[in-house]
Write a protein that binds this ligand. Structure first.
Ligand SMILES: C[S@@+](CC[C@H](N)C(=O)[O-])C[C@H]1O[C@@H](n2cnc3c(N)ncnc32)[C@H](O)[C@@H]1O
Length: 297
């Protein structure tokens, strides 16, 4: 079981992570979310947790003592634990960091509020994390975003673990478009290929649309892929096809020209034929191989 411990002044804010898929995962004993009000660890009679900043200035600063006491009072962890301080000054959270954090048995989140923490609180943390380059009023929403993103990578939390493998940011490309019934709605049709039942063609269409979508929405991801990876034959052919449809993508063509197309395509090329590919052997998209293009392979 994965354990999330949250240190916050606003425990009631955590209702959303007790609903839906995370609720089922908690009921099934896959994970536990333990919310602790660190005001309970304040030393003063009035349970003060903040004070004015030394040197003056706006806002109140969280005192170190209650947070130190709350962290020290945590029960011994059964496995690997990481203490995370939520701050807009931290390492920016993304899918790769979610995967890294999913390796821990327990994550402890320290949620700030007001103007932030007394600087000495930072020494409690193994890692400082930000959910993006913007500032929100407290660490509670960032903690919930991270709990959700990390939980769904934990085996058994999502019904179908393939959903995690295929979705945006888990591989290199954004996910392909989805459709469900009806086949026509408001004059908009579901692409014919998805109704065909032809698995190889569907996989090929999805992979191609994932490339297209990523290029249109996040061109820097495509540039990164072409910088780092040698394309598989399937991807090479898909990019060639897309480049014929999208002149702006064609401008990047020289970036993938180093990749050797599969034999069949080379023969077609020599014979002056356009590259055609029947989709056989196309998998769902985890086929970028990791060789360095500059190695001259
Ligand atoms: C209003 S913010 C304080 C910001 C602080 N004055 C600064 O400039 O770094 C209050 C708390 O919200 C949380 N917070 C705000 N933005 C965040 C972000 N982008 N990522 C993670 N936590 C954030 C942190 O816990 C922070 O201590």
């Amino acid at each position: 079981m994965k354990l999330f411990t949250v240190l916050t002044l606003f425990p009631e804010m955590f209702a959303p992570v007790r609903e839906s898929i995370l609720k089922r995962a908690q009921q099934a004993g896959k994970l536990k979310i333990n919310v602790v009000n660190f005001r309970d660890y304040a030393l003063s009679k009035h349970k003060n947790v903040d004070d004015i900043p030394y040197g003056g200035g706006a806002g109140m600063v969280l005192k170190p003592e209650p947070l130190y006491a709350a962290v020290r009072a945590l029960p011994e962890s059964a496995g690997r634990r990481s203490v995370i301080l939520l701050t807009p000054q931290g390492r920016v959270f993304d899918q790769a960091l979610a995967a890294e954090l999913s390796q821990y048995d327990e994550l402890v989140f320290i949620c700030g509020h007001y103007e932030g923490y007394d600087e000495r609180v930072r020494s409690l943390a193994d890692e400082e994390i930000s959910v993006g380059d913007f500032v929100v009023t407290g660490g509670e929403l960032p903690a919930m975003i991270m709990i959700d993103a990390v939980s769904r990578l934990w085996p058994g939390v999502l019904g179908d673990s393939l959903s995690v493998v295929e979705e945006s940011h888990s591989g290199e490309l954004l996910e392909y478009p989805h459709y469900t019934r009806p086949p026509e709605f408001a004059g908009l049709q579901v692409p014919e290929v998805l109704l065909s039942g032809h698995h190889a063609n569907i996989a090929r269409w999805r992979r191609k649309e994932a490339w297209r979508r990523t290029f249109l929405r996040r061109p820097e991801i495509i540039e990164g892929i072409l910088e780092r990876l040698l394309l598989s034959g399937d991807d090479y052919l898909l990019l060639e096809e897309l480049a014929r449809e999208m002149p702006t993508l064609a401008e990047l063509r020289e970036r993938w020209q180093f990749a050797r197309p599969p034999l069949k395509a080379r023969k077609n090329r020599r014979a002056g034929k356009a590259e055609q590919e029947d989709g056989e052997g196309m998998n769902s998209g985890r086929d970028l191989c990791g060789a360095d293009p500059r190695s001259g392979v």
